[in-house]
Write a protein that binds this ligand. Structure first.
Ligand code: ATP
Ligand code: MG
Length: 420
């Protein structure tokens, strides 16, 4: 991709209403454009990151046998009246009337709809378990949209729903999802700590939030310091709770072992048994021909919030530092002197060589050297290949690692070989 043709409206200005790094950097790097409070258009740089994230999520969902669907963004109110949540959901729900005065809503989540799809088609224990997920837009009319995409009104969520024949099977599914989430966040280049949320109706810790530690997080987390060295198996039971649940009198951990930190909730999994299957009469027949109501759970990842969370966890005073698995491009080539023939020729040669196997953004714009270097640090692509007129006289270019800041001089052949 040539930067001169790429729609990434970068800016030096610090937007007045942006308070946290991710919001400022997403606006400055031209990733998002606000259209109303908590509602954003997603521009190409952001979409590239979003697609990397969704690909990883989908691969990990596939691995555990969850199947991708698209539920709808508009749902009939009737489904929510059946579950009893229509009134309870309150003002966060955007309610819509169609031309026939029918009551609809913009999905804030899809438990009812998933249950409805299940009950229409699955009538026997033989058709179970079922695990469906989607990655789709949600709308919640948050009372205080803020921090850019962190708490938006329209946001992208991965939401999954599971249906099991009994509690033991549901518990197994829950544990499978738990491990899958640990893996997913790790692949995204993040440390997301699982925190025990409301315990399920049948005891045990059957609800966890996944929190990315960052000073700007909205949650306060009290955790056992061993959490940070725990194995995947130990993670589920190592003590960690948010302030909503923390009670110093009941804390099972010695104060000296307790760590208090701020976190951003990027995922939430929970088991809720027959909360929807019963009122919505979604039953199947078991092997004895008896009616049973499936044990359900739902599992969310805040995909658009994750982009903000990744930036909160990985930036410096110059801009974003993308973890490699989610970076919008692998490499950026900075041609510092677009009128110098040797520089142009070298940039083109490296670009052509690397483009077949890597995603490369070639900054061919005629702007000052300072602006070009600043934009590259702002956008945060992991590797910068810098071509300047002095060094190229000796056949050398510079390779800069955005994360470490380390700059290495090398020949054109060496830099190509480095990425092949
Ligand atoms: P929160 O406590 O942050 O409001 P929640 O408990 O309402 O979150 P869930 O209903 O569990 O969230 O949704 C699943 C995931 O969707 C959350 O873990 C979070 O990452 C994301 N999410 C929820 N609300 C928003 C929002 N307003 N903007 C962006 N992402 C959100
Ligand atoms: Mg909420």
């Amino acid at each position: 991709m040539l930067f001169s043709q790429f729609f990434a409206p970068t800016s030096k200005d610090i937007p007045a209403d942006a308070k946290i790094a991710s919001h400022i950097l997403m606006l400055r790097s031209g990733m998002i454009s606000q259209t109303a409070s908590g509602i954003y258009c997603w521009l190409p740089l952001a979409v590239r990151v979003m697609e990397k994230i969704t690909k990883i999520i989908c691969e990990e969902q596939d691995r555990i046998g969850a199947q991708k669907v698209y539920f709808t963004t508009i749902q009939p109110a009737d489904l929510w009246i059946e579950s009893g949540r229509y009134d309870a959901y309150g003002k966060e729900m955007l309610r819509i009337k169609d031309r026939k005065e029918g009551d609809f809503l913009y999905s804030p989540t899809n438990e009812e709809q998933a249950t409805d799809v299940f009950r229409k088609y699955v009538k026997s224990y033989r058709g179970m378990p079922v695990m469906l997920y989607q990655i789709h837009w949600k709308f919640r009319d948050e009372i205080r949209p803020r921090f850019g995409v962190m708490r938006g009104r329209e946001f992208l969520m991965k939401d999954g729903y599971s249906f099991d024949i009994n509690f033991d099977a549901a518990k197994e599914t829950y544990q499978k999802i738990f491990r899958s989430y640990v893996r997913t966040f790790r692949r995204l280049g993040l440390t997301a700590v699982p925190v025990q949320a409301d315990s399920g109706a049948i005891g045990g810790n059957m609800s966890h939030e996944f929190q990315v530690l960052a000073e700007t997080g909205e949650s306060t987390i009290y955790s056992d310091k061993r959490l940070f060295t725990a194995s995947d198996e130990e993670l589920m039971t190592t003590f960690a709770v948010t302030d909503e649940k923390y009670n110093p009198k009941e804390c099972p951990i010695a104060e000296s072992d307790l760590i208090v930190s701020k976190g951003i909730e990027v995922g939430h999994i929970f088991y809720f048994g027959q909360k929807y299957s019963k009122p919505m009469n979604a039953f199947v027949l078991n092997e004895n021909g008896e009616k049973i109501y499936p044990e359900m759970g739902s599992y969310g990842i805040g995909v658009s919030r994750l982009i903000g969370a990744i930036i909160e966890a990985s930036h410096d005073e110059h801009g974003i530092i993308w973890p490699e698995p989610v970076a919008p491009f692998d490499i950026t080539i900075l041609n510092l002197h677009t009128k110098n023939e040797k520089c142009v020729e070298t940039a083109r040669r490296i670009y052509d060589a690397l483009s077949s196997s890597k995603e490369v953004l070639y900054d061919d714009r005629s702007i000052t050297v300072g602006e070009k270097l600043a934009d590259a640090d702002l956008i945060g692509i992991p590797y910068q290949i810098i071509i300047g007129q002095k060094k190229i006289e000796n056949g050398l270019v510079e390779l800069k690692n955005r994360k470490t800041g380390e700059i290495t001089e090398m020949s054109i052949e060496q830099v190509i070989a480095r990425f092949m």
